[in-house]
Design a protein around this ligand. Sequence first.
Ligand code: ACM
Length: 213
Amino acid sequence: RKMRVGFFQMEPELLNVEANVEKALKALQRVKTDMIVLPELFNTGYAFKTRKEVEECAEPIPGYTTENLTELARDKDMTIVAGICERRNDALYNSAVYITGKYTGVYRKVHLFLDEKKFFTPGNEFLVFDSIGVMICFDYFFPEAVRTLMLKGAKLIAHPSNLILPYCPDAMVVRSLENRVFSVTCNRIGEERGLTFIGKSQIVDSKGNLLYR
Ligand code: ACM
């Protein structure tokens, strides 16, 4: 199956869901592709200080962000994979949604990074939707994540990220090579509360060739 894929490397505004969703919707209006990947926590930003901050911008699925993305996915006949801040009952998750316009899949980040552990409940399952495996940022550090997705039938990994450490771009070349899967890593840019994000979003083919960074 031939597929055109892309990413939208953006700078979210911390704690401003409406502004971030609007920014993404506006930019994606101009895009023609089969699948687009957005960063981890694209709708809220990353560097939360308190659980209250997370609670105030977390949302249920379906909710404001996913309803807007679903409408766009339908209009443009495009799949969108995006990291969002999720509230489900009393738990908060660092999640990624897989949105086709027909249905929404939800992956909850398994390997939480540093302060994320203070706020978020970890997920416990890797999921593949239509041969697309979804994982979030720091999951890349553990070879078992992509391996599990590949064994479950993934041909391509959609990887919303907020990268801080320098290892991921090269590590994902190896993950793609050793598992024979394509990968799209969408990082964010900018700074928040002393954290700097490294950009370098990229697309790798199933032989480990870097197609675009
Ligand atoms: C990370 O998992 N956001 C580094």
